[in-house]
Design a protein around this ligand. Structure first.
Ligand SMILES: Cc1cc2nc3c(=O)[nH]c(=O)nc-3n(C[C@H](O)[C@H](O)[C@H](O)COP(=O)(O)O)c2cc1C
Length: 307
């Protein structure tokens, strides 16, 4: 059975995965934290925590609030910074079979370009995933990814700064997901990942304060799956680059739905907090499904719900 997928057919280096199951950024650390739990080399790819130019401490506590069918987080991109990542993490990854994709973030367009440039040609880094759900400090804090012009500008500078495949991670916090997808593909995106978290909040009725500590957070987990699936379905109709489906995927069944909607690969995020084996369980389940249905190649079902 053929489970291999190519996520960057338009890029010289390409991004070939042995199977379509990846971990979602921010939910699987740097991969090293999970090595003792299962064979992480069997995954399709690992996406590391969002990485910025400088190390970041993150947002005030509490940063995680449980909700019905999901969770709200406001980690605030706590991370070790790109220089430490290159010095300490990339050399470990360079010895791994599983490709590691670095998720990058910034406060300004210049930040993205610098981080991308620093990571270009670093052994152990297979591709970049650009998180455009970050506040743009030069535009009053509006997320780069909610407007086609700012989103495209970020991708334009990143593409000019790197020869690595570039995956663009779209935010669902916009009314224009299809237009955004088209804009970043025109700017050179090799693949798209959707979706990031949906903005949401809770309120502590004792202290009367908004939660999480930052005042709002990003909703993830099973509660967002129908939204993510619909966005993948709609975007897949509009663009021809590979799509990575992400949002609430907990079981192989969920993942297969995303593939049928048009995703070439999937990411497992929040599900891993309840069951660290979730990514491998999803992968094994996809394989069993294909075997049972006598389907030899996963490409046979990519986008089948749209045909
Ligand atoms: C605790 C936490 C941290 C996250 N950090 C990042 C991040 O650094 N960069 C990013 O692009 N997405 C980040 N995300 C979003 C996830 O990668 C994913 O897009 C989202 O959670 C939806 O998938 P899920 O429902 O499977 O978790 C984070 C999500 C969670 C729950």
């Amino acid at each position: 059975m053929d489970l291999t997928v190519q996520l960057a057919p338009g890029n010289k280096k390409g991004l070939k995965l042995a199977n379509p199951v990846m971990t979602a950024s921010g939910t699987f650390g740097y991969g090293t934290e999970y090595e003792h739990l299962f064979d992480i080399q069997s995954l399709g790819a690992i996406v590391c925590k969002g990485t910025t130019l400088e190390p970041r401490e993150g947002n005030p506590q509490p940063r995680i609030i449980e909700t019905v069918g999901g969770m709200l987080n406001s980690i605030g991109l706590q991370n070790i910074g790109v220089d430490t990542l290159i010095k300490e993490k990339a050399p470990v990854w360079s010895k791994w079979k599983v490709p590691v994709i670095v998720n990058i973030a910034g406060r300004t367009i210049g930040d993205y370009a610098l981080v991308a440039k620093k990571l270009d040609g670093v052994a152990g880094v297979a591709a970049l995933e650009v998180n455009i759900s970050c506040p743009n400090v030069e535009a009053g804090g509006a997320e780069f990814g909610i407007r086609t012009d700012s989103a495209a500008k970020v991708i334009d500078v990143v593409k000019n700064a790197t020869s690595l495949p570039v995956i663009v991670k779209l935010t669902p916090n916009t009314g224009e997901i299809v237009e955004l997808a088209r804009a970043v593909v025109s700017a050179g995106a090799d693949a798209l990942c959707l979706i990031n978290t949906l903005k949401g909040m809770a309120i502590d009725i004792k202290s009367h304060r908004p939660l999480p500590g930052n005042g709002y957070g990003g909703l993830s987990g099973p509660a967002i799956k129908p939204v993510a699936l619909y966005m993948v379905y709609e975007v897949a109709k509009a663009v021809s680059v590979p799509i990575i489906g992400c949002g609430g995927i907990t079981t192989a069944n969920d993942a297969i739905e995303f593939v049928m909607a048009g995703a070439t690969a999937v990411q497992v995020g929040t599900a891993g907090f309840m069951n660290p084996h979730a990514p491998v369980d999803v992968m094994d389940g996809i394989s069993s499904y294909l075997q049972k249905e006598n389907i030899q190649d996963i490409h046979k079902i990519i986008g089948i719900a749209r045909r």
